[in-house]
Write a protein of this length. Structure first.
Length: 345
């Protein structure tokens, strides 16, 4: 549905009007993992910085979490889900191979007449790749309100025998609600990259059954080179940050916050240190929710907004990196509630 915008305020950019979050009800604690694996609470706290993670139950699917995030974002903005103009869903764990998860979310929301499609950016970098897609659709002028949902149930892909994966990964979803804003540039240029030489650093393997590989069915299991991910985050990402901030015309010291993919809290804090920035600029949510893949950076941004760490005009660096290895970053000039013109229906 489209509507008119208050003509007395001319939009100057595209901003994030609200952020929705949806996490599974079930929490798996470190104590529960100690009962299942040869590990310890101390190891998970000290090595990873994680104390708990949310895991989808048998009746919770990616589309359910995506729907919850969409509804939360709309509720916070005071709009009806039927009043979005486009739904983009970023996921690597769809309910079905086809149709798109976006179509199922629209069905569950009972929204008709709104187009929707999926983006698969390879998991953990999805929070930036999908944001860039939504941003560009907004800039096209064809849409005035775009919902970008990033949702995954990656914990369902854990290797049954891998204690580290079970300690790290959680399930979750988050939603950016994008609209034109008047208080500044809003979302800046997003810089994206792919290092195909690191393709097998993190990937989902389809396990052969009876010695035969079935391309389209069968068990899917996460394979991850933890040292490779750490090396990428601490040796490649810092140089990439310099590129993103240079293209944005912003110095690192001008940033109020650095919101990055939540690989694990220990890695997040070390990355901030490698960037030469104060620890207080980091936002950490993986200590409670685990690594929720592409949604983790969006959940962290929501945490910053809801705890009063963001004010209109603040400059925030968003970073995502993961399988591919894919990586993306942008500087967002945060828009306040009054920066979004009221739409008249």
């Amino acid at each position: 549905m489209t509507g008119s915008v208050d003509s007395t305020r001319v939009p100057t950019g595209v901003g994030i009007r609200s952020i929705g979050v949806c996490l599974p009800r079930h929490e798996v604690t470190n104590a529960q993992l100690v009962e299942r694996f040869d590990t310890s609470d101390a190891w998970m706290r000290e090595r990873l910085g994680i104390t708990g993670r949310r895991i989808a139950g048998p009746d919770e699917f990616t589309s359910d979490l995506a729907l919850g995030a969409l509804e939360d974002a709309c509720k916070r903005a005071g709009v009806d889900p039927a009043d979005i103009d486009l739904l983009i869903c970023c996921t690597s764990t769809p309910d079905h191979m086809i149709p798109a998860v976006a179509a199922l979310v629209l069905r569950k929301a009972q929204v008709h007449g709104v187009p929707g499609f999926d983006v698969n950016a390879g998991g953990c970098a999805g929070g930036l790749f999908a944001l860039d897609v939504g941003h560009k659709y907004m800039e096209s002028g064809q849409y005035r309100r775009v919902a970008v949902v990033v949702a995954d149930t990656v914990a369902q892909l854990n290797d049954p025998d891998d204690r580290t994966q079970h300690a790290i990964f959680g399930d979750g979803a988050a939603c950016y609600l994008l609209e034109h804003c008047t208080g500044g540039p809003g979302i800046g240029r997003t810089v994206l990259g792919t290092d195909p030489g690191r393709y097998y650093t993190a990937y989902i393997e389809r396990v052969a059954e009876d010695g035969r590989l079935n391309r389209f069915s069968g068990p899917n299991v996460t394979r991850m080179d933890g040292k490779g991910v750490k090396d990428f985050a601490l040796h490649v990402v810092p140089g990439f940050v310099d590129e993103v901030t240079a293209k944005a015309g912003v110095a690192l010291d001008e940033l109020e916050l650095i919101v990055t993919h939540q690989a694990n809290p220990t890695l997040v804090r070390e990355l901030i240190r490698r960037l030469g920035q104060p620890a207080g600029k980091a936002v950490v949510v993986a200590d409670r929710f685990g690594n929720t893949s592409g949604s983790s950076v969006v959940i962290a941004l929501a945490e910053a907004e809801r705890t009063g760490r963001l004010a209109p005009g603040d400059k925030v660096l968003l970073l995502g990196f993961g399988a591919g290895m894919n990586y993306g970053g942008t500087v967002v000039h945060w828009c306040g509630r009054d920066d979004f013109p009221q739409r008249e229906w």
